[in-house]
Design a protein around this ligand. Structure first.
Ligand SMILES: Nc1ncnc2c1ncn2[C@@H]1O[C@H](COP(=O)(O)OP(=O)(O)O)[C@@H](O)[C@H]1O
Ligand SMILES: [Mg+2]
Length: 278
């Protein structure tokens, strides 16, 4: 049974981690977002926002709700309450007159197209070639001509060092290669926001550096807003300008990476980092 409509966005909010550019609407905003799986309340009125161009890392123990946050942003999950805004545009509901109405799927898709995601398990289309994986959404969702989509895909394959595998089946690729294709596929949609969910966790250690190198280069050469979940603390430290520590779906601490990784103030963060960093 569906839950009641989201709360009024004008009501006062609790603790609210936030950065915005000086004139800016945040790229991502969560307002009192609630997400439950059955009786399991994963997010309980979560508030946070990410400014345009920010690189924000989410850390925290397994089960703390990090993946759920990213999946909500991709509309792979639906919130039970609250509002999610992309560039100030609500994703699921909006306030019309004096009531909340659901946003039609067509408009929702427009907002969703601004967001790209790379998953831990790559999630490529297994029966397609590398090139077909990359041009699929640009052609069918954005309506690009095949020629333009192929041209762009070739540039991206070059960028991720996979040009020579253009016509290979995805099933013939190693994990690291698949992940580089998955990154190219996400970028092919020209997203304003890139979500990265433990993208190196399923890879052999010697491959991890390659994939991180590709991401580092994207961070250096674009202004894409990034929200990443990673256990690669050195990488998080290099690319992100802000780190949020989650526990039980709540932000327990927010800091710049230097402070978070060398001098966290919250006991829960100290314990977590000690366990992760050894
Ligand atoms: N599809 C699902 N069905 C039921 N429970 C889920 C589902 N996805 C996630 N959960 C639960 O939500 C909680 C948060 O999970 P998740 O967001 O994956 O955490 P994290 O990414 O921080 O490890 C966990 O308790 C998990 O079991
Ligand atoms: Mg996860």
């Amino acid at each position: 049974m569906p839950d009641p409509v989201p709360p009024d966005p004008t009501t006062s909010r609790g603790s609210h981690a936030m950065t915005t550019t000086s004139n800016g609407t945040p790229a991502i905003e969560f307002r009192d977002v609630v997400k439950r799986f059955g009786d399991n309340v994963v997010l309980d009125k979560l508030n946070f926002s990410v400014a345009k161009g920010d690189r924000v890392t989410l850390i925290g123990p397994s089960g703390s709700g990090k993946t759920t946050i990213l999946r909500l942003l991709m509309t792979l999950e639906e919130a039970n309450g609250g509002l999610i805004l992309i560039d100030g545009d609500p994703y699921t509901h909006e306030y019309k007159g004096d009531r909340w109405v659901e946003i039609p799927e067509k408009r929702r898709r427009v907002v969703r197209n601004r967001v790209g995601m790379v998953f831990q398990q790559f999630n490529l289309f297994p029966n397609m070639s590398v090139l077909e994986n990359i041009i699929e959404a640009p052609v069918h969702v954005l309506g690009l001509s095949k020629k333009d989509a192929v041209e762009r895909a070739e540039q991206l394959l070059e960028q991720v060092g996979m040009s020579d595998k253009r016509d290979a089946r995805c099933t013939q690729l190693s994990g690291g290669q698949q992940q580089r294709v998955a990154i190219a596929r996400a970028l092919a949609m020209d997203p304003e926001i890139l979500l990265l969910d433990e993208v190196t966790s399923a890879l052999d250690p010697e491959i991890v550096a390659d994939v991180l190198g590709v991401l580092r280069e994207i961070a250096r050469t674009t202004d894409i807003t990034m929200l990443l979940v990673t256990h690669e603390m050195q990488f998080a430290r290099e690319v992100s300008n802000r780190v949020l520590m989650f526990d039980h779906g709540q932000i327990v601490e927010e800091a710049d990476p230097e402070t978070m990784f060398t001098n966290p103030s919250h006991e829960r963060t100290q314990e977590f980092l000690k366990a992760v960093l050894g």
